[in-house]
Design a protein around this ligand. Structure first.
Ligand code: KIV
Ligand code: ZN
Length: 511
């Protein structure tokens, strides 16, 4: 049973365990930006890094410790003297010291006895504490450690007066029942505060962390988007929302910042969040099926377990083969179109025909279908491409130059560089739109839909206006650059059309 209202603590290890995600490496600037975001989010502790691993890592931890954040800044260290010295040199107040305690790690990784591990732990902790560091100790691989030895280790480190003990499920093999049992065992051995640290190899990291909290821990190590070694760590957003909403605990986290923090971490790490991920996935508050959209539009709680605003997300009704008339009518209203019953029926039928081909029905598709059915003019596109040239190659920075017609008569020519030719051309287009409106490319997805070098590709873009409204558009073709441009221009035109329908004509800049 959870103690209703109890305040539990969040140690975020996105910048340490999260950065250990294969293929992820953050620059100091990215680490600083994420640290500031975590501080604004309200985590209790930010584990900023593992100083011994590189000079850059040490410099980043040091820089984060100098930011003057409200969150406590911590760093990881093995119990070895050289590691602890690197930690001390970072000026962090809090050290996360660890040594493995399971026989498999002692024998095959460290090649030392249990007694030697115990001595190393005690002397490393004493050294850190003598230098004014507050210590949290992790008995790495706790869940696979012999209980008698684990008890001895926990009692020995606890007697040194450390702040807390962490019980890592290092390879993610525990279950909620077994993890709770481990926590109760640790509690029977020591009075020191306890933390959870659970990996997600069997998809149980959040469940195990919550079971650990219910059993007596008052802090969990978590990461944004569940990043971390192999299958990752317990995800911060799932843990926090589960703890607050399902178990009635309190945390210091401002949940309204969960979505934006998740996206910031995605951008910095390049690790995308799966659409169906809980809390921050793109579909977490998305609805397509007729039955669900009808329910949600009547009373959101029918098919939503929490309000999207609570985590900084927005509800999205999608058009597709599962759609019903309520959802389509709602989407059309957002596009400024109010069809009759008969027209709505025809529009719904056409949407389902596209859906049946396996294609995503974008806002541009829906707008086009509705206008065809009702016999409305779509209006002149706001942006048109007049000329386009792209260069790329070895020892050449990909560069694009585009001439666009804006509105009825004005033209503008811009050039931009990018990571690749598509990036360069999309940046160039964005450079033009930046002059008259705040819209940004939220998502770009490219999929080959046939095989071979002459394959057709489908590009899907999501464009966001300054009010957070998203318009989707797609294009299909064999030239990736032209297909990307086409999708981007359609998406922008859709946003501008909506804007001009909602107000008057969009303002056109003077050259
Ligand atoms: O998973 C783990 O055991 C760790 C330790 C360093 C605490 O990340
Ligand atoms: Zn870990």
């Amino acid at each position: 049973m959870s103690e209703k209202g109890k305040r539990i603590r969040v140690l975020d290890t996105t910048l340490r365990d999260g950065e250990q995600t294969p293929g992820v490496s953050l620059t100091i600037e990215e680490k600083l930006e994420i640290a500031r975001a975590l501080d604004a989010l309200g985590v209790d502790v930010i584990e900023a890094g593992f100083p011994i691993v590189s000079d850059g890592e040490l410099a980043a931890v040091k820089a984060i410790s100098k930011l003057g954040l409200k969150s406590t800044v911590a760093a990881l260290s093995r119990v070895d003297k050289s590691d602890v010295e690197a930690l001390i040199s970072c000026d962090v107040p809090y050290g996360h010291l660890f040594i493995a305690t399971s026989d498999i790690h002692l024998k095959y990784k460290l090649n030392i006895t249990r007694e030697q591990a115990l001595e190393k732990a005690v002397s490393g902790i004493e050294y850190a504490m003598a230098h004014g560091i507050k210590v949290e100790f992790s008995a790495e691989d706790s869940t696979r450690t012999d209980r008698e030895f684990l008890g001895r280790m926990l009692r020995a480190v606890s007697e040194l007066g450390i702040e807390r003990i962490d019980l890592p499920d290092t390879v993610g093999t525990s279950t909620p029942e077994r993890y709770a049992d481990l926590v109760r065992f640790a509690r029977s051995q020591v009075k020191t505060a306890l933390s959870t640290h659970c990996h997600d190899d069997y998809g149980l990291a959040v469940a195990n962390s919550l079971a650990g909290i219910v059993a007596g821990c008052d802090q969990s190590h978590v990461t944004i988007n569940g990043l971390g070694e192999r299958a990752g760590n317990a995800s911060l957003e799932e843990f926090v929302m589960g703890a607050q909403r399902l178990y009635d605990y309190r945390t210091g986290v401002n949940t309204k910042l969960l979505y934006s923090t998740s996206r910031l971490v995605t951008k910095a790490t390049g690790v995308f969040v799966q659409p169906n991920k809980a809390i921050v996935g793109e579909n977490a508050f998305g609805h397509e099926s007729g039955i669900h959209t009808h329910g949600v539009l009547t009373l959101p709680a029918t098919y939503e377990p929490m309000e999207p605003e609570l985590v900084g997300a927005t509800r999205k009704i999608h058009a597709g083969k599962h759609s019903g008339s309520h959802g389509i009518a709602f989407e059309l209203k957002n596009l400024g179109i109010e069809p009759t019953r008969e027209e709505l029926k025809k529009i719904l039928h056409k949407v389902k025909v596209i859906g049946d081909t396996g294609r995503t029905v974008t806002d541009v598709d829906l707008d086009r279908i509705a206008r065809e059915v009702i016999g409305l003019e779509r209006g002149n596109p706001f942006l048109k491409v007049k000329d386009l040239a792209v260069i790329t190659g070895i020892n050449t920075v990909p560069t694009a130059s585009v001439r666009l017609t804006i509105g009825d008569e004005q033209t503008m020519t811009v050039a931009e560089t990018g990571n690749g030719p598509v990036d360069a051309v999309l940046r160039a287009i964005q450079k033009v739109t930046d002059k008259f409106t705040k819209i940004k490319l939220k998502e770009y997805k490219l999929e080959a839909i046939t095989g071979g070098t002459n394959a057709d590709a489908e590009v899907l873009v999501k464009i966001e206006d300054e009010n957070g409204n998203i318009s989707t558009a797609s294009s299909t073709g064999s030239d990736i650059i032209m297909t990307s441009v086409d999708a981007m221009i359609s998406g922008i035109n859709e946003v501008m059309l909506r804007k001009s329908r909602a107000t008057q004509k969009p303002e056109i800049p003077t050259p």
